[in-house]
Design a protein around this ligand. Structure first.
Ligand SMILES: CC(C)(COP(=O)(O)OP(=O)(O)OC[C@H]1O[C@@H](n2cnc3c(N)ncnc32)[C@H](O)[C@@H]1OP(=O)(O)O)[C@@H](O)C(=O)NCCC(=O)NCCS
Length: 160
């Protein structure tokens, strides 16, 4: 599975994957207030802002999933429903890890919603370890939204 940089003309499709995946994974387990904030338009705006850091799996204009990196964090990971269970997510994580190593990151981290068991199982399969709960401060249209999350880490390299 080819993983590459996102193109501007894919923002609408990527926002659709993000919106649908957010609802699949989070609607049952996160506060309603947060679900109301996570609109298709909000995802389009966030993708536009982060475009240089968005990595996509799949042929041009047929994205199957994407990741977003932010400093030493695997910040977002979403795979379209039909592409789940087929190795697309693993290819995106391998690509993200390789980019983080190139940047000199030794220990990468990510936040996973408490109760997102499929994602947790997936990260553990990829060698990430849950190190505890943390408070993540999410940005919403109404301001910062503190949320307790599972923090995962993976050691990518050891100091020489
Ligand atoms: C998280 C995500 C990227 C993982 O990709 P994927 O293709 O679904 O991952 P895989 O199918 O390889 O692995 C998922 C594992 O969870 C298991 N699983 C499926 N449903 C599950 C559930 N409800 N509870 C626990 N495990 C579950 C699968 O059987 C599989 O494990 P196995 O390979 O040992 O059988 C993808 O599911 C997704 O985009 N989800 C919606 C968005 C999301 O949650 N993103 C992560 C935010 S932190």
């Amino acid at each position: 599975m080819n993983v590459r940089s996102a193109r501007e003309n894919e923002i609408d499709q990527l926002a659709g994957i993000w919106y649908d995946g957010w609802r699949d994974a989070h609607k049952q387990i996160l506060p309603e207030e947060l679900a109301r904030d996570r609109t298709l338009l909000s995802f389009k705006a966030r993708l536009r802002e982060a475009l240089a850091h968005v990595r996509v799996a799949g042929p041009p204009e047929q994205p199957a999933g994407f990741s977003i990196l932010k400093d030493d964090e695997l910040y977002q990971l979403y795979v379209s429903k039909p592409a789940r269970g087929a190795g697309v997510a693993a290819a995106l994580v391998a690509d993200a890890e390789a980019l983080l190593v190139e940047r000199g990151v030794e220990t990468a981290w990510l936040a996973c919603a408490i109760g997102n068991d499929r994602a947790a199982r997936f990260y553990e399969k990829c060698g990430w370890r849950r190190v505890g709960n943390r408070i993540s401060v999410l940005q919403t249209a109404k301001g910062p939204f503190p949320l307790e999350v599972w923090r995962y880490e993976k050691i990518l390299a050891r100091r020489a």
